[in-house]
Design a protein around this ligand. Structure first.
Ligand SMILES: C=C1C[C@]23C[C@@]1(O)CC[C@H]2[C@@]12CC[C@H](O)[C@@](C)(C(=O)O1)[C@H]2[C@@H]3C(=O)O
Ligand SMILES: O=C(O)CCC(=O)C(=O)O
Ligand SMILES: [Fe+2]
Length: 340
C-alpha cells in the first residue's frame, strides 16, 4: 500500500494507528484503490499534493483570523447561526455546547456576498477569498469522489461529484475558532506523559458527531485537537498539518455506498495555549436530491440497508436531533425488512 509516512500515535490504551495520508499526485488506478481502502477502513484520511494553492488557503485563513479577532459585539452582527452566521458556544438548535466560536456560511456565491457585509469591513475582499476557497476545495472534493467512484467500479463515475457541482448544492463552509484553554502547559506533544496530561486538561471544543453530508474537506492551523473514533470506539488524535487536508466520509456517502463506507465519528478538543482554527467544506447535494444506495452496491448478499430519503428530509432529521445522535439510524432498513 502506497501511503506516505503513516502517523503512528500511541494513546493511553497503546494502540498504534496509521492514519492514511494519500498523495494525490500518484497514478489514477492506484489512487482510486487507496482512497476506497481508506474510506472503508477509517472513513477518514489526509491528502497531500492536493492542488489547492497556498495563496487561496492563506487568504481564507487571514479573513477568518481577522473576523475572530473582532470585538464580541461586532461578531454578533454576523449572527446568530440559525442556520447561517456567527455562533458562539451553542452548536445547532438543540442545546449542544462547545468551547468554540464559528462562522457558518452557505457556499452559494450570492449567499457569501450578502453575508460578507456583516462579516467584514471589506466585504468584497472577504467574499473573494471565501468564493475562491470554496471553488478550490469543491474541486478537490469532486476529484476525490470521482476517484472513489472509479475504485468502487460504479457505472457513472460522476455520480457523487455531480451532487456537489449542482448549482443548487446545499454545501456549507464553516470556520471554527477554538480559543486556548488557559491552564495548558504546551501545544501538541504526543509523548505519553504529556499526552495524558493534555487529555485530563482538555475541554470539548466540538463534541462527538459524524458529518451529515457526503464528504468533508477540513484544514486547520498547526494546533491539534481533532480526534477520530475507530470502529472499536478508541479515539485517535489527528496531528495537525496546515499543508494537508483532512477528508471525512459523511452520512450521505455511507447511505449512497450502502454502508460499504461508514461516516467517521470525530470531535475536537481545546487543549492548547494556542488558538486552533479549522476551515471545513461540507459537500452536500441539492435539497431535493434523493439519497439511496447505488444499484452496483446492492446484492443478494448485501441488500439495501437504507430507505431512500431526500437531502431535505435528512437535514430536517439532523436538526431535530442532538449533535452526537446517530441520525442515519432513522433511515436504516431493519434486517427483517431487507429486500434486494
Ligand atoms: C446539533 C447540530 C449541529 C449541526 C446540525 C445538528 O442538528 C446535527 C449535525 C451538526 C452538523 C455537524 C457538521 C457541520 O458542522 C454542521 C454545519 C452540519 O451540517 O451538521 C453541523 C450543524 C450545525 O452546527 O448547525
Ligand atoms: O475543528 C475541527 O477539527 C472539527 C470541526 C468539525 O468537526 C465540524 O466543523 O464539523
Ligand atoms: Fe464535523
Amino acid at each position: 500500500m502506497v501511503v506516505s509516512s503513516p502517523t503512528t500515535i500511541r494513546t493511553k490504551k497503546t494502540k498504534a494507528v496509521g492514519i492514511p495520508t494519500i498523495d494525490l499526485s500518484l497514478n489514477r488506478s492506484m489512487l482510486s484503490e487507496l482512497l476506497v481502502k481508506a474510506c472503508e477502513e477509517f472513513g477518514f484520511f489526509k491528502v497531500v499534493n492536493h492542488g489547492v494553492s497556498k495563496e487561496v488557503i492563506e487568504r481564507m485563513e487571514e479573513e477568518g483570523a481577522e473576523f475572530f479577532a473582532k470585538a464580541a459585539e461586532e461578531k454578533q452582527r454576523a449572527g446568530p447561526a440559525r442556520p447561517f452566521g456567527y455562533g458562539c458556544k451553542n452548536i445547532g438548535p438543540n442545546g449542544d455546547m462547545g468551547e468554540l466560536e464559528y462562522l457558518l456560511l452557505h457556499t452559494n456565491t450570492h449567499s457569501i456576498s450578502e453575508r460578507s457585509t456583516s462579516i467584514s469591513n471589506d466585504p468584497t475582499k472577504f467574499s473573494c477569498a471565501a468564493n475562491n476557497y470554496v471553488q478550490a476545495v469543491r474541486e478537490l472534493a469532486c476529484e476525490i469522489l470521482d476517484l472513489v467512484a472509479e475504485g468502487l467500479w460504479v457505472h457513472d463515475k460522476c455520480v457523487f461529484s455531480r451532487l456537489l457541482r449542482d448549482v443548487h448544492s446545499d454545501s456549507v463552509l464553516r470556520l471554527n475558532h477554538y480559543p486556548p484553554v488557559s491552564d495548558m502547559i504546551s501545544d501538541w506533544d504526543p509523548s505519553p506523559k504529556l499526552f495524558q496530561h493534555q487529555c485530563k486538561n482538555s475541554r470539548v471544543g466540538f463534541g462527538e458527531h459524524s458529518d451529515p453530508q457526503i464528504l468533508t474537506i477540513l484544514r486547520s492551523n498547526d494546533v491539534g485537537g481533532l480526534q477520530i473514533a475507530l470502529h472499536d470506539g478508541l479515539w485517535v488524535p489527528v496531528p495537525p498539518d496546515p499543508s494537508e487536508f483532512c477528508v471525512f466520509v459523511g452520512d450521505a456517502l455511507q447511505a449512497l455506498t450502502n454502508g460499504r463506507f461508514e461516516s467517521v465519528r470525530h470531535r475536537a478538543l481545546s487543549n492548547s495555549v494556542k488558538p486552533r482554527m479549522s476551515m471545513a467544506y461540507f459537500g452536500a447535494p441539492p435539497l431535493n436530491a434523493w439519497i439511496s444506495p447505488l444499484p452496483e452496491l446492492i446484492s443478494s448478499q448485501k441488500p439495501s440497508g437504507y430507505k431512500p430519503f431526500t437531502w431535505d428530509e435528512y437535514k430536517k432529521a439532523a436538526y431535530s436531533l442532538r449533535l452526537g445522535d446517530s441520525r442515519l439510524d432513522l433511515f436504516m432498513v431493519r434486517t427483517a425488512d431487507k429486500t434486494q
